[in-house]
Design a protein around this ligand. Structure first.
Ligand SMILES: CC(=O)N[C@H]1[C@@H](OP(=O)(O)OP(=O)(O)OC[C@H]2O[C@@H](n3ccc(=O)[nH]c3=O)[C@H](O)[C@@H]2O)O[C@H](CO)[C@@H](O)[C@@H]1O
Ligand SMILES: C=C(OP(=O)(O)O)C(=O)O
Length: 509
């Protein structure tokens, strides 16, 4: 094996070990070897047999080091199959990433239940692990346990992992209370055009944080004499900016008022978690949040993030485009009300069970049963608004649904510069979408989807929309490089197969 291979395998092993929250010594004991041998393997300084790679994979319960699993992942979709039965919605990516950042506020042990095993979470766990936070999957890998160290090793931050996620920006709020001076790599995420971080800087400046951005790095400096005496007025009602302000306010020992706050699902989950940490938050679900912060937080807490409304919408769309009868269980209906009202207007035949509480005790869930329906294009355009409007991340699914409906639908994504453009990839599998300008697409339906082979667009929701259309297209399609889908959905292919889809996963070796 060449040295390059050895160091790549060594890095995979180190990452898998850190995912499990194991020390090198623990892994050495499981393998009946010495800690120095594990250290050499991880540094790529040790020739390693195939048998040893397999044993390490087994010990760490990680496919990362399984042979043949290192290349990009692709999907082969045999379309034209109806779905049936029921499928559960998983906890949301966006709440999970906010809560992982929020765990940095707490010196105690944070347990997060049923955290989605998705790439976005994995990247943040790599970052947390690299700065010395003890993170490990417990209870058969269902739940996460997080224990920050007394001192964070911020100089050792895994910059590569950090740059692959936008959520790293939410480290700023918690970190500004822990260190006076620090560096963070620039935030990444879906390629959706320019996504400003200026609103974050404006909000956090009120807590004394000053940022200079040079060479792909944010250089942060905290002036502890600055505190938010007056209300913080957000210049845009963004989700992560609201969360960052909440995270900063949580450990500001005083009252912080945040106006024009997002009241979206992930913000609510974060507020419920903060309350569990002892931080009182008034106004949850409204656009004014009043936070009674604590200088120190040291509690052992156990929290269950709520289900993902965007995943629920994806599954509803899967049923619609494949003309299937499908029950989507544990859908957070409160965050789907406008979406369901629009679908009802288009003629969707569906019903809802009585509501029940999510495991966080607060979010309202219901099971949605969707039946095959003859859909008509909506009279008015589909456009997003901050909650309680139609969720921006659900807009792409309306493109697929509109393509199944009779007539023309105008989709207006005023938020992102690129996302509407990616929707026109649907034309390569039989869609009739016309880009009017970068924000507006006219969709003509109904569509006779046809199988094709293509690359995923570099954005999560449009990529899933392509997958759904492939499921509706007769014949075999191939969707290449689905990392972007795995950023936000756990085992999507397997779960869709469990309700009748035929999707095969394959990888380059
Ligand atoms: C990790 C996470 O939670 N990500 C979500 C979060 O990202 P996040 O909070 O990072 O969203 P951004 O800050 O990128 O905002 C989205 C876009 O909307 C614009 N904007 C936003 C609010 C507003 O009132 N006016 C305005 O113009 C921003 O300039 C930007 O272009 O919110 C987005 C919008 O709901 C969602 O798509 C993302 O899934
Ligand atoms: C845009 C999205 O996410 P992120 O903010 O993580 O890029 C999304 O979830 O569709």
């Amino acid at each position: 094996m060449s040295d390059d291979y050895l160091s790549r395998i060594g890095k995979l092993i180190r990452d898998a070990r850190q995912h499990r929250g194991w020390t090198q010594l623990q892994l050495a004991e499981a393998l009946n070897t010495s800690q120095s041998a594990v250290n050499r393997i991880e540094r790529g300084n040790q020739n390693i047999s195939l048998e040893m790679i397999a044993r390490i994979g087994e010990a760490l319960d990680s496919e990362i080091v399984s042979l043949g699993y290192s290349g990009p992942m692709h999907l082969r979709v045999v379309g034209g199959r109806r779905l049936s039965g029921s499928i559960d919605v998983k906890p949301s990516k966006n709440a999970c990433v906010a809560l992982l950042c929020a765990s940095l506020l707490n010196s105690g042990r944070t347990v997060l239940r049923r955290v989605a095993r998705i790439e976005e979470v994995f990247r943040l766990l790599e970052v947390l692990g690299s700065i010395g936070v003890r993170v490990r999957w417990i209870n058969d890998g269902d739940d996460l346990e997080i224990v920050p160290p007394a001192e964070l090793a911020l100089d050792d931050i895994d910059a590569e992992a950090a740059r692959r996620t936008r959520s790293i920006i939410m480290f700023l709020g918690p970190l500004l209370h822990r260190v006076d001076q620090f560096k963070l790599p620039y935030a990444g995420g879906c390629d959706l055009g320019t996504r400003t971080v200026e609103p974050h800087m404006t909000a956090l400046r009120r807590f004394g944080l000053e940022i200079a951005a040079t060479d792909g790095t944010y250089h942060a400096q905290v002036d502890r004499s600055v505190t938010p005496e007056r209300p913080i007025v957000l210049t845009e009602r963004g989700d992560t900016v609201t969360e960052n302000a909440l995270l900063a306010a949580a450990r500001h020992p005083g009252v912080t008022v945040i106006r024009n706050a997002s009241s979206n699902y992930m913000v609510q989950d974060l507020c419920f978690f903060l309350e569990m940490l002892g931080v009182q938050v008034e106004g949850v679900g409204t656009t004014t949040l009043t936070v009674h912060g604590l200088a120190e937080i040291d509690r052992d807490v156990d929290y269950s993030p709520s289900e993902d409304p965007v995943e629920a919408m994806s599954l509803i769309a899967a049923a619609v485009v494949t003309s299937s009868a499908l029950t989507i269980r544990r859908a957070p209906v409160e965050f789907l009300e406008v979406e369901l009202a629009v679908l009802e207007g288009m003629g969707l035949d569906y019903d809802l069970t009585p509501e029940y509480a999510a495991d966080n005790g607060r979010t309202r869930l219901a099971d949605v049963t969707v039946r095959p329906s003859k859909l008509e294009a909506p009279i008015d355009k589909i456009h997003p608004m901050p909650f309680p409007g139609l969720n921006i991340d659900n807009v792409p699914f309306f493109a697929a649904i509109a393509a199944s409906a009779h007539g023309q639908t105008l989709i207006h994504d005023w938020v992102y510069d690129n996302r509407a453009i990616y929707l026109t990839d649907l034309n390569r599998i039989g869609g009739r979408l016309q880009l009017l300008d970068p924000h507006r697409v006219l969709v003509e339906g109904p569509t006779r989807w046809r199988a094709a082979e293509m690359m995923c667009p570099p954005a999560l929701r449009p990529a899933v929309v392509i997958l759904l259309a492939m499921m509706a297209a007769e014949g075999t399609s191939v969707l290449r490089n689905v990392y972007v889908i795995n950023r936000g959905y756990q085992d999507l292919a397997e779960r869709l197969n469990s309700v009748g889809a035929q999707i095969e996963i394959f990888r380059d070796i």
